[in-house]
Design a protein around this ligand. Structure first.
Ligand SMILES: Cc1cc2nc3c(=O)[nH]c(=O)nc-3n(C[C@H](O)[C@H](O)[C@H](O)COP(=O)(O)OP(=O)(O)OC[C@H]3O[C@@H](n4cnc5c(N)ncnc54)[C@H](O)[C@@H]3O)c2cc1C
Ligand SMILES: NC(=O)c1ccc[n+]([C@@H]2O[C@H](COP(=O)([O-])OP(=O)(O)OC[C@H]3O[C@@H](n4cnc5c(N)ncnc54)[C@H](OP(=O)(O)O)[C@@H]3O)[C@@H](O)[C@H]2O)c1
Length: 456
């Protein structure tokens, strides 16, 4: 029998997930010395994961990375099988029949919880829901956000919190020419939000957002940014962190924040307040969110490992909307090992492990491997590590029983699954671009899976 990875018998790899990590893994496999057939699955009919459903509509340049993925998808040994949920439409055990190796690149599709009273009151939402809603993700199409409220609070000070901040603070004119979902643009046009409060549990030096995102806040047409100078007074540990030569992001962030603190408010329609060293401890309201209790914190621990510790002092802030932007979490797939504490698939150098032992033929990359951190580019070296492990294991992998993608397509068709190919996706893509052109937008995404399939 021909060896796996030969021209006669290409190594068959299923990649589950078509976000950045999935595409970088595909690229590395297809560029390797072995002959590899890559079949990439996604539960949505559309590829590109968070590049489509997460990256902010007002950051169009970042989305142009999909051109790189388009090129990878043109490879003769690459196929896209969209609209197929692994673990639901086909089980892991079944998938193993068709592939020598399976590589999970499923991202982190749910969120961390605050675990505080009132967290689930109406008016309290996760950033995931809001981001999915304005980015036309079909899971979040029908979410409703009560934008008749005047005061919104955002918990967390990472870049997702910055995205949510801009979308809430921008005017319709600032958003109109983007690919923001039309239903979101219409709702935001009627927004009565006047005050936005960003709440960081640690100090300004520890803020995880990056400087360009902070700077953008200072350039909003109709929103003043307000930072109190006393909130930028640093404790001993924060000063030590800031003095560390390599801590360039914090140094640049502090320069931006100090410039904000020196500004005089211009009397714009909206005001954006940045608060530090405060943790939410409860949300209150009879029928919906009416206020939030914040506990003032101090920092404990050595530089770069500080923790926020409550002082017992409490502040109340009246608000009608809360967005929790405190990080994402992976979702388990049936029969795939899962670390429920960290919300990731456990691994060693990208080899999926169960109780510390590598599981033959299973691999993992991206956010579901290392957790929800890092920009698009961070996924490239991560996927290279995983593919390196997979390729070095190739001689010892058990060949699958049915090395035939057509047979798998037959099985999915029998189950009534309409598999969306990359050529199909291009037709959806063209239809979205045409819909957008009517309103001067780069695209108007379909927001429901039925609409996407109907476009075919
Ligand atoms: C709101 C937001 C904005 C961001 N903005 C930026 C930015 O501006 N710039 C930047 O560099 N980085 C940004 N990032 C980070 C970047 O998006 C991530 O680093 C990157 O998307 C992670 O890639 P991934 O492939 O691991 O996961 P994802 O991109 O999440 O892709 C996972 C894919 O797996 C699919 N999937 C999940 N489960 C299954 C299943 N069971 N069966 C089949 N398919 C499945 C999903 O549908 C999805 O397409 C942002 C992140 C977020 C959350
Ligand atoms: N433009 C871009 O490049 C862009 C845009 C969006 C996202 N991304 C990337 O995507 C990744 C995910 O972003 P993210 O913003 O979701 O995550 P993040 O950067 O990890 O930020 C999460 C924030 O939530 C806070 N937090 C966590 N648990 C909390 C709790 N219990 N109470 C209060 N605050 C809490 C964190 O504070 P602590 O620091 O104290 O933990 C932090 O401020 C990041 O790597 C980000 O850079 C990039």
């Amino acid at each position: 029998m021909s060896s796996l990875g030969s021209a006669d018998r290409p190594l068959r790899v299923a990649i589950v997930g078509s976000g950045p990590s999935g595409f970088y893994a595909a690229e590395a496999l297809l560029k390797s010395n072995l002959s590899v057939q890559v079949d990439m699955f996604d539960r949505l009919p559309t590829p590109f994961g968070l590049v489509r459903g997460g990256v902010s509509p007002d950051h169009p340049k970042i989305k142009s990375v999909t051109k790189v993925y388009d090129k990878i998808a043109q490879h003769e040994r690459f196929s896209f099988l969209g609209n197929v949920t692994i673990g639901k439409d086909i089980k892991l055990e079944e998938l193993r029949e068709y592939y020598d190796a399976i590589l999970f690149a499923t991202g982190a599709e749910t969120d961390n919880r605050l675990n505080i009273p009132g967290e689930d009151l109406p008016g309290s939402h996760t950033a995931t829901e809001f981001v999915g809603w304005y980015n036309s993700h079909p899971d979040y199409r029908d979410r409703v956000f009560d934008l008749s409220q005047e005061v919104a609070v955002i918990i967390g000070q990472g870049n997702v919190a910055m995205d949510v901040s801009r979308i809430l603070a921008k005017t319709s004119d600032e958003l109109r020419g983007t690919d923001i979902a039309q239903h979101a643009l219409d709702a935001l046009a009627e927004s009565k939000v006047r005050e936005i409060h960003l709440i960081g549990r640690r100090g300004p030096v520890q803020a995880k957002c990056t400087t360009p995102e902070l700077r953008e806040l200072g350039e909003l047409a109709e929103c003043d940014v307000i930072v109190r100078p006393e909130d930028l007074e640093l404790d001993h540990t924060s000063k030590a962190e800031l003095d560390y030569a390599d801590n360039v992001t914090a140094q640049k962030n502090m320069a931006e924040l100090r410039a904000f603190a020196e500004r005089t408010a211009a009397g714009k329609r909206r005001r954006y307040f940045m608060h530090f060293l405060r943790s939410p401890i409860a949300l209150h309201g009879a029928l919906r969110v009416e206020s939030i209790s914040l506990e003032l914190n101090t920092l404990q621990g050595k530089p770069f490992t500080t923790r926020a510790v409550g002082t017992g002092a409490i502040e109340e802030l009246a608000c009608g909307l809360v967005f929790r932007s405190v990080g994402y979490r992976g979702v388990p797939i049936p029969s795939v090992p899962f670390d429920h504490t960290r919300g990731v698939i456990p691994h060693e150098a990208g080899r999926v492990t169960n109780a510390g032992v590598a599981v033959q033929g299973l691999y993992v990359t991206g956010w579901i491997k290392r957790g929800p951190s890092g920009v698009i580019g961070t996924n490239k070296p991560d996927s290279h590590e995983t593919v390196g492990s997979l390729l070095s294991d190739a001689p010892d992998l058990s060949p699958c029983a049915i090395p035939d993608s057509d047979a798998l397509h037959g099985l999915l068709a029998q189950r009534g699954v309409r598999v969306v190919s990359f050529a199909d996706w291009r037709r959806i893509d063209a239809a979205e671009i045409a819909r957008g052109a009517v309103n001067g937008k780069p695209r108007e995404k379909f927001t429901r899976i039925d609409e996407m399939l109907n476009a075919l």
